[in-house]
Write a protein that binds this ligand. Sequence first.
Ligand code: AKG
Length: 285
Amino acid sequence: MEKTVAPDKLARQLREDGFCVIANMADENLLNKTRACVEKALAEYDQEHRENTKAPGSLIDSNFYPELADLIGNPRALAALGQMGLEDIKFWKAVIISKPPGGPRLYWHQDCIMWQDARAYSDRAPMVFLMYYLEDTRRENGCLRLLPGSHKHRHALHNMGEAHTKDINRMDNPDDPRFLDYPNEVDVPVKAGDLVVGDARMFHATQENASDEQRTVITIWFHPFYSDLQEDTQSWIHEAFHRQHETWPADALEKISTLIPDYQGAAPPMELTRTPDERLRSLGN
Ligand SMILES: O=C(O)CCC(=O)C(=O)O
């Protein structure tokens, strides 16, 4: 029997370590629905895209997959986040990341794109990721790796390039130092249906998939305390969500209705800012 971790402890882990794992958040029915969506998406995924996303694995946006609404709006997970004190949560997008057998390591990166926002230098993450793995993960099949605490401090990895540029996704240079091991990294093996909640500012990566089965994660990006973000940030998230999900039918939008960004102001969208400025201090400063 899985031990339940108290919400205040999960909230503290997220704040201090940059992540927590909440056991058993997606049941078999929800996992099977999501697996069916993944199979459909992978069937539509062409060779060129495959070559361009060698390091991460499939990297397919939620734009044309409204079937993901059940997982994104999963009431059990939203209730757990609420109990952890995360409020006013809005959704940007999700991605299907399926690592084929033999798929390489994913390079170290952090996902925060709003380092211009004062919130990125506070205890309240401007962006969190929710990762649902559709298979049990372990080191051998490409589990998640994390650098705990790296959301709060400048790290050498901040100077090694931005996430998701074409060259690193294509793995043009397999000797890029972002594919290496770093002190204090941890493996995070989980069961299918567990939920990893992470501060998007934290560095993360994966092991290679040395098994003979595909390993899939659905990553969902949420913005807690949305109305407390700078207006240019709110404006960008609002615009990006609506542009990317404009073909979603009403019944799918209904399933995520509380998560839909609703910025009403006139601020122009932020410039994407993928690296921190001097407000992020080195460890010990
Ligand atoms: O493939 C994984 O396990 C991690 C995915 C990831 O790093 C991301 O979605 O930012």
